[in-house]
Design a protein. Structure first.
Length: 91
């Protein structure tokens, strides 16, 4: 649900930092690895849904997804790479 609007932004960022490479290849690789990660995450969350935190009764699959979203947000907020396509357009 929340990943859908993020995909075009991450695709543009991937194309920016890998500028000489083909845009279609970069987006295809990103989609393949995103789908692969989702396929790996489904059984992990399915196994973790039976575990509960004692303090507030929260299921571990929610905690896992919250940690994943938080770490992804932290990574993207601190991401600092040269934007090669922008540099070539401004040159």
């Amino acid at each position: 649900f929340f990943v859908g609007p993020i995909q075009p932004i991450t695709a543009e960022l991937a194309v920016e930092v890998t500028f000489p490479a083909d845009e279609n290849a970069i987006v295809a690789v990103q989609m393949v690895f995103g789908n692969l990660f989702s396929a790996v995450l489904v059984p992990i969350c399915n196994a973790a849904r039976h575990l509960h935190l004692k303090e507030n009764g929260m299921r571990m699959d929610y905690v896992l997804l919250l940690a994943l979203c938080g770490s992804g947000g932290f990574f993207f907020s601190t991401f600092d790479a040269p934007l090669l396509r922008l540099k070539s357009e401004l040159a």
